[in-house]
Design a protein around this ligand. Structure first.
Ligand SMILES: [Zn+2]
Length: 291
């Protein structure tokens, strides 16, 4: 890097200056808890790692997020938290878009499977805006055991994203939690859908911490010649992007996830260039394309 800076100085190449500004980390999955003190703390965290984040925020927080992102340009990108079953869903999508939000999420707790046709107009509108959609996939927590809830993990199976990815090719989908526990399904539909990425936040890397090389059998296809597999030199692990799932102001989760991701990628021998894409490069490209 020092050599590059030196060369840049000698040749005056602006490209390399831009390279130094590139984020080292983009966190695809941060929940805003509505407390402005959280924003200030998380900003300091991002600045310390030259990072950016997709920040999940409710409609009521639109003014606060707009103001904060304007004050700290390029650090946060809004994701609009909404229910797919909201009676005014399309209006909400417009509202988030008009406020400069780059996508929607975390989409969770739908009354019908994610790929149900009733939701297609929402996906269509989001596609028109070139949005990123962050879906909760797989097993979901149950917070209040006494309260009846119309929630099922089965409606959020990662395989329901296959149809959405194919039907709406200009959407970028991020399946949070790698479909826990449907990892095989996640990777296989990811193999065929370039617009589908994953984060592996949540309990998965805790569950598998004694068996991290397991993921080599999930992301198996680079350098493997097989019928009908598109030829690629790109590591299959590049289907992953970094996501911390910081929730309820619990910023410590950011460092824990970062550590777990690093252990996973080291255990699976993922090359440094691919790791760069996983931690920031892939999402940087998506965000640049959207503009
Ligand atoms: Zn989730």
């Amino acid at each position: 890097m020092r050599l590059l800076v030196l060369l840049a100085g000698l040749t005056g190449l602006p490209l390399l200056a831009a390279d130094a500004d590139r984020p080292k980390l983009i966190d695809a999955h941060v929940h805003y808890n509505g407390d402005p003190a959280f924003l200030a703390k998380f900003l300091a965290k991002l600045e310390s790692v030259n990072g950016q984040a997709l920040l999940i925020a409710a409609p009521k927080d639109i003014p606060a997020i707009k103001e904060f992102t304007a004050a700290h340009p390029g650090r946060f990108h809004g994701l609009g938290q909404m229910s797919l079953d909201h009676p005014d869903a399309l209006k909400l999508v417009d509202e988030f878009h008009n406020a400069g939000f780059r996508g929607l999420g975390e989409l969770t707790g739908p009354e019908y499977p994610f790929d149900d046709r009733r939701y297609w107009p929402i996906y269509e509108r989001a596609e028109k805006y070139g949005m990123i959609l962050l879906f909760h996939t797989g097993i979901v927590n149950r917070r209040n055991f006494a309260e009846p809830m119309n929630v099922s993990s089965d409606r959020m199976r990662v395989s329901t994203l296959d149809l959405i990815a194919r039907r709406f090719p200009k959407l970028t989908l991020i399946a949070a939690h790698l479909g826990n526990p449907d990892y095989e399904w996640a990777a296989e539909i990811g193999r065929w859908n370039p617009n589908l990425l994953f984060d592996v936040s949540g309990s998965t890397l805790y569950k598998k911490q004694a068996d991290l090389t397991f993921f080599k059998s999930i992301f198996w296809w680079d350098n493997v010649v097989s019928p009908h597999t598109p030829k690629t030199n790109v590591s299959a692990f590049e289907k992953l992007v970094f996501g911390s799932d910081v929730f309820g102001g619990e910023i410590a989760e950011f460092d824990r996830e970062l550590d777990l991701y690093r252990k996973l990628l080291a255990a699976c021998g993922v090359a440094p260039a691919s790791q760069e894409n996983i931690f920031s490069g892939t999402l940087a490209k998506v965000l640049a394309r959207q503009k």
